[in-house]
Ligand binder design. Structure first.
Ligand code: SF4
Ligand code: FE
Length: 481
């Protein structure tokens, strides 16, 4: 396994073609806007080195028998699935941000089982391709980003019906040695901190969509790839002269990029699906299922930090003992732990796939994610309720550091006498960061849309709900023939 330092050094060898705020970024690793997301990703390496987290952070590879980082593991039991969720909660607690590495893990587990079943039906050799690639990933402890979401253009049209054929990533040329692909993947979490990208189709496909039913892996800095960083609210606070208190979370963060593929060459041995339209849906469904499980871990860990920050803010204001305050903290905890219940439940009810790795219970994973589209918003609302308006009206750190205004801020922003004003400012900025600032991207809209928007889960819930069985139960009890 790589140490945190080796991981960061390895990223320096990448030649990512990244643009942000209208300029090419020459040094991505040290870029002040990107760096906090790198720190979160690096925590997945750092915690794996810590003996106290060995059980959660490492596993034994079914491919090589070696000890590996759990973020590269192909789940071999329901216990592995449960440990994955616990690991994600731990990382969420340590970073209060999206640590990004789960996407590649979830993609790998989906591609591993889908390639096996595709080969069985179509006499292809994608599983062998994937196993070779993933063995290298495990042996080198590479960071892999999973890429699914196409930009999709007109949502009413299928990939091959779009006015612009590139709105879904597709094969534009086939050669004896491989294929050339063109298109874009949107909202790519953690791409800049990854060595490889594992690409999958974005929706179920039909006959006629063959060129779009493509899955492969390539280096993140492959020729023909251009990256454009997504903006986050309050992101430029990271570049200000005083960028400690006001950023809320100085060390950690997340990022998303738009990834553009312009005739990128993919050699045959890195292809895991190529035209077998009937298996695109399986890959999508399984990846989405795993990532919906993931949110029952990561968002819960982030929620733990937000609940803690809110409790601190009430103590610092001297209102922690008020009964409504206590009750609101209980409500936040109840909601957060309900998400955790869902993450654990869909894991414990997982089953073995034909390839041998374990898949979560899809109905319960979709219920998990459906709750994630709602509860973090309510938790955030309660956090803002208890934090009070000062969370968004307090002066800047620059004013706090300016001798002309420092003493006034020190005096008039004081809460409980024994608590330093600066501590109170810090905790309020953390709540602001998590509910409205850069980290809110991960905690709120990502809870809504990441791993699929709410309606995508409702479709899956409908499909898995076994309504006929339930009607039969009712008929029997009601004595209807
Ligand atoms: Fe992992 Fe959560 Fe970020 Fe997805 S949103 S990559 S599950 S931390
Ligand atoms: Fe996500």
């Amino acid at each position: 396994m790589m140490t945190k330092e080796q991981y960061i050094a390895s990223l320096r060898t990448l030649h990512l073609n990244l643009y942000r705020f209208g300029k090419k970024v020459e040094n991505v690793v040290d870029d002040p806007i990107v760096r906090p997301s790198l720190n979160s990703f690096a925590a997945t390496y750092e915690l794996a080195e810590d003996p106290q987290y060995e059980d959660l952070m490492t596993a034994t590879s079914n491919l090589t028998g070696k000890k590996i980082n759990r973020f590269t593991h192909l789940h071999q039991s329901t216990d592995d699935l449960i440990r994955k969720v616990k690991m994600q909660r731990l990382l969420g607690q340590k970073t209060a941000a999206c640590f990004q590495r789960c996407v590649g893990l979830d993609a790998a587990n989906a591609v591993y089982s889908t390639t096996y079943e595709t080969d069985e039906a179509c006499k292809t050799q994608y599983h062998e391709n994937f196993v070779k690639f993933w063995t290298e990933v495990q042996n080198n402890d590479w960071a892999v980003d999973g890429a699914m979401t196409d930009v999709k253009g007109d949502r009413g049209l299928s990939p091959s019906q779009q006015a612009d054929p590139d709105l879904f990533l597709h094969v534009v040329e086939r050669t004896p040695d491989g294929v050339y692909v063109t298109g874009a993947k949107a909202h790519q979490t953690g791409y800049l901190n990854s060595h490889y990208v594992l690409v999958m189709p974005t929706i179920s496909m039909r006959k006629g969509d063959e060129d779009y039913a493509i899955s492969f892996a390539c280096p993140t800095d492959a020729e023909g790839i251009t990256l454009i960083l997504g903006r986050q609210s309050c992101d430029t606070r990271k570049t200000e002269e005083y960028n400690d208190i006001d950023v809320g979370n100085k060390v950690y963060g997340g990022h998303e990029v738009l990834v553009i593929f312009d005739r990128v060459f993919i050699p045959n041995e890195m292809i895991f699906l190529n035209g077998e339209v009937e298996f695109a849906g399986m890959m999508v469904e399984r990846f989405a299922g795993y990532h919906r499980q993931s949110y029952g871990g990561c968002k819960v860990g982030v929620g733990d930090v937000l609940i803690g920050a809110t409790a601190l803010a009430t103590e610092m204001a001297g209102c922690a003992k008020a009964s409504h305050v206590k009750d609101k903290i209980i409500e936040m905890t109840h909601l957060n732990e309900t998400l955790y219940c869902c993450g654990i439940a869909c894991s414990s009810q997982g089953t073995k796939t034909k390839s041998g790795n374990y898949l979560i219970d899809l109905l319960l994973a979709n219920v998990c994610k459906q709750n994630v589209t709602r509860f973090p918003y309510e938790i955030a609302r309660l956090a803002q309720d208890l934090a009070g308006g000062l969370m968004v009206t307090q002066p800047s750190e620059a004013d706090y550091r300016n001798p002309a205004t420092h003493d006034y801020i020190e005096k008039y922003l004081k809460g409980v006498a024994s608590v330093p004003t600066e501590d109170r400012m810090r905790v309020l900025r953390l709540i602001e960061n998590m509910t409205m600032g850069t980290a809110a991207v991960g905690y709120l809209p990502e809870s809504m849309h990441g791993a699929g928007s709410p309606q995508a889960q409702r479709i899956m819930i409908a499909r898995q709900s076994n309504l006929d069985m339930k009607k039969k139960l009712a008929k029997e009890i009601a004595r209807i023939k």
